[in-house]
Ligand binder design. Structure first.
Ligand SMILES: Cc1cc2nc3c(=O)[nH]c(=O)nc-3n(C[C@H](O)[C@H](O)[C@H](O)COP(=O)(O)OP(=O)(O)OC[C@H]3O[C@@H](n4cnc5c(N)ncnc54)[C@H](O)[C@@H]3O)c2cc1C
Length: 484
């Protein structure tokens, strides 16, 4: 039986002080959402610890009171992962945001979990280094959140996702004990427990400190914008570039109405009448890039690009990237609410996957903008709508489900980087057998026998949650609605 909330608050205040424990309705409002915007639920308490020991104490106390514990980085997640769906205590890592050390000799950094992704690369630049995983949310998302979702980003085409960059982590387990996983030495013997912890979405432990790999900043970078009047030509260019033996750092595509919205908002130089734009970046040694650059321009033209722009200086490059990184926000010009999906298809199936998305948009009478990591086949259809339109949410949910199903049917997956969270847990059975899911649950129970760490997410222990996608959690009134 869960203990009383006031007793729990008192016990937490004893450890963190009044400032570290938020429980008034107006304080909790901010923690009702994540970036997915559709999943909403209020925690009972939000704690803001400053050290690993404080995190451990919060976990111990909360679990002793029988309440769920939900870790939260910056809340930019897009699958409802940090939303306290079954109430309980949110642990915000916001105060634990220090870059503890950068070691240029070993090319590593030790950071607290709440450190913001971009801050690490900014500080590492003093040593000629950078942190490769670069989610488009990198100005606000945290390294702990990145590790917990195994995040990717445009640069992950060449450099890999978080799991390829996390060397070690300090983790608080559900009994309040502190575990140190991984090491600086490669190929540590034994089971790869660090590998299991990366991508755990707060269900196995709370990550408080991470040691990551840093990479040298390349000698040269070149950025291109290929502009197309035909979507198939743009997606065929993606496969053709990789088939030519080039591994771009990034290959990002923006298609449809989103291009005009980005242009109006960011003035990145994307032609508003284009059907698709492909942002391509290569990095490496200056001489090598010259050959690749010629080849990329030639391939894009051969595939049908009407124009290929080449960024000649850092300002032009930053302008082209501002369009991509600001695309999600820019689409607020089209409609006030969005739901972004995160399916993956084999690269060669991109043309048909994009055509399918367009037919889904027509059938459900929805605006869908495609902004995505084309090089990885990682689609991000952005479904745009106004919640005041009757029945729009049901249509958006059904459309989104059809797109994800198509991804699985053509040999892809239901998530490339945003994680499963609330929104996709009901679709896991498309990819895994009942025995697979039972094995995942057993693993989960080994790390968290209490079942209280982010209990309803990823691989929920209770069948009732495993069957519900975000469709069932949307449409509740928000705290803001209730206060108004
Ligand atoms: C505009 C925009 C662009 C985006 N672009 C990308 C992209 O390119 N690539 C990409 O991968 N994602 C992207 N995302 C999604 C999101 O930013 C990532 O999933 C990011 O890794 C989440 O980090 P966060 O700190 O906000 O975590 P949160 O949203 O707070 O949490 C995410 C999940 O991780 C868990 N968690 C958080 N911190 C910890 C911790 N310390 N220990 C244990 N569990 C924890 C939470 O419980 C939750 O399940 C984007 C989001 C937005 C809004």
């Amino acid at each position: 039986m869960p203990g009383s909330c006031s007793q729990l608050i008192a016990a937490l205040v004893e450890v963190l002080g009044e400032r570290g424990v938020l429980h008034r309705p107006e304080e909790l409002m901010l923690y009702e959402y994540d970036g997915s915007s559709l999943d909403q639920a209020l925690p009972q308490i939000v704690t803001v610890p400053a050290t690993t020991d404080e995190v451990a104490a919060v976990v111990r106390i909360t679990v002793a009171h029988g309440r769920p514990v939900v870790a939260r980085g910056a809340g930019t997640g897009l699958s409802g992962g940090s939303v306290a769906e079954s109430g309980g205590v949110v642990i915000s890592l916001a105060r634990m945001n220090t870059i503890i050390a950068i070691d240029p000799h070993n090319r590593t950094a030790v950071v607290q979990a709440g450190a913001v992704n971009l801050t690490l690369s900014e500080q590492a630049a003093d040593y000629g280094l950078h942190f490769a995983p670069d989610p488009s949310s990198q100005r606000s998302c945290t390294i702990g959140g990145n590790a917990a979702t195994n995040a990717g980003g445009p640069y992950c085409l060449k450099y890999g996702v978080m799991t390829n960059h996390v060397l070690a982590a300090t983790v608080v387990l559900s009994d309040g004990s502190i575990a140190h996983l991984g090491s600086l030495a490669p190929d540590e013997p034994g089971y790869d427990l660090l590998g299991v912890m990366v991508g755990n979405e707060g269900t196995l432990g709370i990550i408080t400190e991470v040691t990551v790999r840093l990479l040298p900043i390349s000698e040269d970078v070149q950025t291109f914008l290929a502009i197309y009047d035909d979507l198939d030509q743009a997606s065929a260019s993606v496969s053709a570039i990789i088939a030519a033996g080039i591994i771009p750092t990034a290959m990002e595509m923006l298609a449809g109405r989103g291009i005009a919205a980005v242009e109006e908002s960011v003035h990145a130089g994307y032609p508003a009448d284009a059907r698709a734009v492909l942002l391509i970046e290569i990095d490496g040694l200056r001489e090598e890039l010259k050959t690749w650059a010629r080849l990329i321009v030639e391939i894009c033209r051969r595939m049908g690009a009407r124009e290929v722009q080449v960024a000649n200086d850092p300002a032009q490059r930053a302008r082209l990237w501002a369009g991509r990184k600001g695309a999600l926000a820019a689409c607020a010009r089209i409609a006030p609410r969005y739901h972004i999906q995160d399916g993956v298809v084999p690269r060669s199936r991109l043309p048909e996957a994009l055509r399918f998305t367009e037919t889904v948009a027509d059938r459900y009478d929805l605006t869908i903008v495609n902004i995505f990591h084309a090089g990885d086949g990682n689609l991000h259809p952005l479904l745009l709508f106004d919640l005041r339109t009757p029945g729009i949410l049901e249509r958006a949910v059904a459309a989104s489900e059809e797109i994800l199903r198509m991804c699985v049917d053509v040999g892809g997956t239901i998530s490339g980087e945003h994680g499963i969270g609330i929104e996709k847990r009901a679709y896991l059975h498309w990819m895994f057998t009942a025995d697979d899911l039972a094995a995942f649950r057993q693993l989960r129970t080994v790390f968290d026998p209490t079942g209280l760490l982010n209990p309803t997410k990823l691989i929920p222990l209770h069948e009732s949650y495993a069957k519900t996608s975000f469709a069932q959690s949307v449409g509740q009134t928000t705290m803001l609605d209730r206060l108004m």
